[in-house]
Design a protein around this ligand. Structure first.
Ligand SMILES: *Cc1c(COP(=O)(O)O)cnc(C)c1O
Length: 456
């Protein structure tokens, strides 16, 4: 591994050239997936006794395999929650890999963890949580939500009255699927308030009042959403927070997608009440321009997370070195060995400054408003609801579900755009509609115009 030969030097240069080309290209194509059998037929066996050689494997990557991905940072990729990592962050992701830092313990990763924590301080400052609140970077929103739910459950079970109880949480229909999935992992029951619109304190009070005595005993946490993934709706965090206070329930805010908008002055007031949260999920790989994967979980009282997640690192006490003692990211979330995945974000924030982040997030919100205006003006489309954060739901008048899927397919096939339909509750039925989610500040008004024109 350590022998430097010419082949390795060349390979290194090739890889660096590829990375630079990829992040500086202005003519990216939206790739398309292929069936595994098709890919196998194209590339043949690559894992063999002697290996096929780096040069050949890399050529296969460039020629076939890379093209079978759908890079999510294309300016006309407006499906799901797209991404738009900064060049600074991507380049530092390479540095992160090259540095081989074990990011579980300060003892091994002090320099990297220090940088992560500097970035984390800025994120925590956006939430308005009181002094002492702090967080840790995770593999994503799913792991962040799980870490928070487990912390809440373990804290609740410190009370002998609940030691043997199976916990119960309440969230809304608009909550992300990972809340349901992670409740399963934590073996916690879940009740959904039947609304995709903004969950209010009153909705929550009503739901709590409808619980049986047995259910009320098991209820330990509420999950509100700070920007639903489907429509960008922010729950009534002030109202929900108050109910949690009165009812002594853990208040978790899932702002995996919307959290970036805490930096945007134009919408910050919509998040009022988030400062009451016991825990918050924010995904820097969504709206804070970090490469995959980078989520974050923040706690009002990190000590409670430590009680839930610390993996008995007593063997660490053997280190005499003063410098070895510090913040251990493993103590605050589910993972032990971890990449210092907040490091690329730190470098990007240090490079650009937080004002540029503010501007880039505001641009996504502005693009949603611009798209909303264009839709209102165009006779063939109409808004389903007003744009919220950077999400726009709209319908093509007269289209059936299959028309949307056909349109998505055609645009994707041409490499022009990826916009996937979603479902929105219309009365008692779910209607298939079109959806934009803006993240990439390089998306232009012309892009939006061209996309809407392709629906005529
Ligand atoms: C995307 C998302 C998640 C899941 O995050 P991952 O990073 O994909 O694990 C959770 N909650 C919300 C609101 C999201 O938008």
């Amino acid at each position: 591994m350590h022998k430097i030969d010419m082949e390795l030097v060349e390979m290194t240069l090739d890889v660096m050239k590829y990375a630079i080309d990829r992040i500086s290209s202005t003519k990216l194509k939206i790739g398309k997936p292929k069936k595994a059998e098709e890919l196998k037929a194209l590339v043949g066996d690559t894992i063999t006794d002697k290996g096929v050689g780096g040069e050949y494997a890399f050529s296969l990557w460039k020629k076939y395999l890379m093209k079978a991905n759908v890079p999510i940072d294309h300016p006309r990729h407006l499906a799901f929650v797209p991404a738009s990592p900064t060049r600074a962050a991507i380049m530092f992701d390479l540095v992160t890999s090259a540095s081989s830092i074990h990011g579980a313990y300060w003892m091994e990763g002090a320099g990297g963890i220090f940088c992560e924590n500097e970035a984390m301080k800025w994120i925590v400052s956006l939430t308005g949580l009181p002094d002492g609140a702090f967080g840790v970077f995770t593999s994503g929103g799913t792991a962040a939500n799980l870490s928070a739910i487990v912390t809440a459950r373990e804290y609740w079970r410190q009370n002998d009255a609940f030691k043997r109880e199976k916990g119960l949480i309440i969230t809304s229909n608009g909550a992300h699927s990972s809340i349901k999935a992670m409740a399963k992992v934590a073996d916690v029951d879940i009740i959904l308030v039947n609304s995709e619109e903004r969950l209010t304190g009153e909705d929550l009070e009503e739901t709590i009042a409808s619980l049986t005595e047995e259910q009320r005993k098991r209820l330990f946490a509420i999950v509100a959403t700070g920007g639903t993934t489907n429509a960008g709706i922010i729950d009534d965090l002030e109202g929900v927070g108050k109910v949690c206070e009165t009812e002594k329930l853990w208040f978790h805010v899932d702002a995996a997608y919307g959290g970036g908008a805490l930096a945007a002055d134009s919408v910050r007031h919509l998040f009022n009440g988030i400062e009451k949260a016991d825990s918050i999920t924010i995904d820097p790989h969504k709206w804070m321009f970090s490469p995959y994967d980078c989520g974050a979980v923040i706690y009002k009282e990190p000590e409670l997370a430590k009680q839930a997640h610390s993996q008995e690192g007593s063997y660490l006490d053997i280190f005499k070195d003063e410098g070895a003692h510090g913040f251990n990211p493993t103590d605050y979330q589910i993972q032990l060995t971890r990449r210092v995945r907040g490091l690329p974000l730190w470098f990007s924030l240090a490079t650009h400054g937080t004002d540029r982040y503010k501007e880039a997030v505001e641009r996504g919100i502005e693009l949603a408003l611009i798209a909303g205006k264009m839709i209102t003006k165009s006779p063939h489309v109409e808004l389903v609801r007003d744009p919220s954060l950077s999400c726009v739901l709209y319908r093509r008048i007269g289209w059936k579900p299959e028309d949307y899927t056909h349109w998505t397919y055609e645009n994707h096939k041409k490499g022009f755009a990826l916009i996937t339909p979603t479902k929105w509750k219309n009365g008692d039925n779910y209607e298939t509609v079109s959806r934009f989610c803006f993240i990439n500040p390089d998306t232009t008004e012309k892009d939006i115009e061209d996309i809407l024109d392709s629906m005529v």
